[in-house]
Design a protein around this ligand. Structure first.
Ligand code: HEM
Length: 502
């Protein structure tokens, strides 16, 4: 049965798709021939360069950038099925970020990367009308939210690390941190009591994994077969039904509280989404889809950022004491509050350096041209993907100095003291792109920064931690395509600090 399906459907479809990809690559190569290439320009040979990029993105980008002739402002870089056009200098991304959405579209780029029409229902919720409310309500309420995050951290740490005075435990860092962050973030996304429901949190984590795996699976099908393949294989509609069961009763409560102008309503993303749905006359399904879309963007990004930072602290033990001294002083003066977090300047600098150094990907901020467009004098034909080279931005010596390739946790303190440049964890600049840049820079970054700081302060203040089995060396990151990930299997030993036992 499978063999006949394979010979009559899959093989011809894949062959057609390969021919179609090659013809379109030849076509786009011709249209982009005025833009110099990194690696081979020929469409067939460019596959070799695409493989070299997949193999070692930092090396490919660094070597390629060294060979760019003076005066070139944009280059094209080969991916397996298309080219991506990148500004040569980090400042060149300014014009990309400023371009209107109807010319350079982030949504269309999401479609390319995640097949978002199928996986994230962007045909229904891609208008992103919820973002202004999310941005203003979340950021205005940070002072109120930080103590909630702390309260949730108390419960989550007890659940994950039920340690007595002499007890110790070994945990696999990444999955544990994903669980902890899913739950702590959910306190702010959906509030109590749902955030403490393990089934709800597992559903959020599974949804994110399924979006990624479905986008890989669907992209192996030619476009005309994707709707069918999606219908046959996708677990995502089932997840949305599951999410609806969890969230529906809460939506009703939020609606009635909003109607009564209940002053005691704690800010959550869900209340902001219900308000958005009322303003735009949307259904409950709309609220659920936007919640899942935000969950997808919030949980794993925070967990990856945090895991990188934890590995960086634990592999540089000499900074733990000064970090602890700062944390202790700040919580003595301000408690576990936003004011306390804001005072932790060294911790902020350490975390920002970790974000600069251990980048999340080689390129970021992708946009697709919806019409022919001229960018800083360079013609960009309709359908071209443009973005920013994150490796170049985060390691550019003109911005970061001769030690750009070293990990320097005091970098951001010195930048403020010596050059008057205040770059904090949530700051996004053309040289610091982890949260994107410009109009579409991450609206959740101020909250994410508070959450990450509080979690790191909590770990270091109450626990002794140690990387397992690596003689203290940092577990190696790995590249999966364009994305860089921390070691997913690395283990950390944990025990309570005697001097901080309550
Ligand atoms: C460390 C954690 C996070 C990182 C590294 C991160 C990173 C990013 C990046 C790179 C973008 C895309 C910017 C662009 O295309 O130019 C983005 C967009 C977005 N993020 Fe985050 N994010 C994080 C946490 C969060 C959280 C906690 C939330 C919600 C509470 C959130 C909500 C969003 C939304 C709604 C967008 C879309 C913005 C738009 O299209 O205008 N993110 N984020």
């Amino acid at each position: 049965m499978f063999e006949s399906f394979q010979s009559t459907v899959i093989i011809p479809a894949l062959t057609l798709w390969c021919i179609h990809s090659l013809i379109s690559l030849v076509g786009t190569t011709r249209k982009l021939s005025h833009i110099p290439s990194i690696g081979y320009s020929d469409p067939i040979l460019s596959y070799l360069s695409a493989v070299a990029l997949l193999w070692d993105p930092p090396e490919f980008m660094r070597e390629g950038w060294k060979r760019i002739p003076a005066g070139v402002t944009f280059v094209k870089v080969p991916l397996l099925t298309q080219w991506i056009v990148l500004p040569v200098h980090p400042d060149g991304y300014q014009d990309v970020a400023r371009a209107p959405d109807h010319k350079l579209s982030g949504l269309e780029a999401l479609e390319d990367i995640l097949l978002a029409r199928f996986t994230l229902y962007t045909e229904e919720v891609g208008d992103m009308v919820h973002i202004p409310n999310l941005r203003s309500e979340l950021n205005r309420s940070l002072g109120e939210l930080v103590p909630c995050v702390h309260e949730e951290a108390d419960v989550v740490f007890e659940t994950e690390f039920p340690l007595d005075v002499n007890g110790s435990q070994l945990f696999v860092a990444f999955p544990t941190l994903v669980r902890m962050i899913a739950r702590i973030s959910s306190r702010v996304l959906v509030g109590l009591p749902l955030c403490r429901d393990p089934d709800y949190n597992s559903m959020c984590i599974d949804f994110a994994m399924e979006v990624s795996s479905m986008s890989y699976l669907l992209s192996a099908f030619p476009p005309f077969l994707r709707p069918l393949a999606n219908r046959i294989f996708s677990p995502i509609p089932g997840r949305i039904r599951q999410a609806t069961k969890f969230v529906e009763p809460l939506i009703a409560v939020k609606k009635s509280r909003i109607a009564k102008k209940d002053e005691h309503e704690t800010v959550t993303l869900l209340s902001s989404l219900v308000r958005t749905a009322e303003q735009h006359n949307r259904t409950e399904r709309d609220v659920v889809l936007r919640l899942m879309l935000t969950n997808f963007g919030a949980i794993h990004t925070t967990a990856i950022t945090f895991t990188h930072a934890l590995f960086s602290v634990l592999s540089r033990q000499e900074y733990i004491q000064p970090l602890r001294e700062e944390i202790k002083l700040c919580i003595e003066e301000e408690g576990w509050t936003k004011a306390g977090m804001d005072k932790m300047r060294f911790l902020d600098s350490f975390l920002k350096e970790s974000q600069r150094y251990d980048i999340m990907g080689s390129t970021i901020g992708h946009r697709v041209a919806l019409e022919d467009f001229t960018l800083s004098g360079v013609f960009i034909p309709k359908g071209t993907t443009v973005g920013a080279n994150m490796i170049n931005a985060h390691f550019h010596p003109a911005m970061w100095g001769d030690n750009a390739r070293d990990f320097d946790p005091y970098r951001f303190i010195r930048l403020e003291q010596d050059a008057g440049k205040l770059i904090l964890l949530p700051t996004s600049t053309l040289h610091s792109l982890s949260f994107g840049y410009g109009r579409h820079a991450c609206p959740g970054r101020f909250f994410a920064a508070q959450e990450i700081k509080l979690l790191m302060a909590y770990f270091l203040h109450y626990y002794d931690l140690e990387l397992e089995g690596s003689n203290g060396a940092r577990p190696k990151n790995s590249w999966v395509g364009n994305v860089s990930l921390p070691d997913m299997k690395a283990k950390v030993g944990i025990k309570r600090r005697r001097e901080e036992l309550g």
